[in-house]
Design a binder for this molecule. Structure first.
Ligand SMILES: [Zn+2]
Length: 171
């Protein structure tokens, strides 16, 4: 029995797995080659964004401050990134306070954040940005079969990066 590609209006054979949710590695849909490529491009969402855009995206009110989208919920974390990435909700940058990041002094939280990202406490902002991009790719669910462990790691890294952006990050 052949399975048809899950993409809308596509009649080709679906032979490539595409995860549906970040927290259920067994749940996937099957896509044809053409559509798995498009799907994977969406997963590379972050690759096409500047570091500031990534950080803003993560911190955005529009991303998090909805009733079902609590920043405090690790359960929601990846679903939100996933869903927003799939929906290409990049227009949030035009509608809110993207340019108004505030900077404060380095705190113990910042040092913890550097530790989480595996960086030295003297790390420069350029190094942090570089490391963040590297880590996001490394713990990308595509590469880890939606593993809970890596997902949690990615969440911590992202929060750490957001923290550092506020204090170390410079334009
Ligand atoms: Zn298809």
């Amino acid at each position: 029995m052949k399975i048809i590609c899950d993409w809308e209006n596509c009649k080709k054979i679906g032979s490539y797995k595409a995860p549906i949710e970040r927290d259920n590695s067994k749940k996937f849909k099957l896509l044809c080659l053409e559509h798995i490529k498009i799907f994977n491009k969406k997963w590379n969402y972050f690759a096409n964004m500047s570091n500031e855009e990534i950080e803003f995206f993560i911190k955005s009110d529009l991303t998090w401050h909805k009733p079902t989208k609590s920043f405090n919920s690790s359960e929601n974390f990846f679903n939100i990134l996933w869903n927003n990435a799939l929906e290409d909700k990049l227009n949030i940058f035009k509608t809110s306070g993207y340019k108004n990041f505030k900077k404060t002094k380095l705190t113990s939280t910042d040092l913890d954040a550097l530790d989480i990202m595996g960086l030295k406490h003297e790390a420069k902002w350029e190094e942090i940005q570089k490391k963040f991009k590297y880590l996001v790719k490394k713990y990308h669910p595509d590469k880890n079969s939606g593993s809970k462990k890596f997902e949690d790691k990615l969440k911590k890294i992202t929060l750490a990066y957001s923290q550092l952006k506020m204090t170390i990050g410079k334009k």
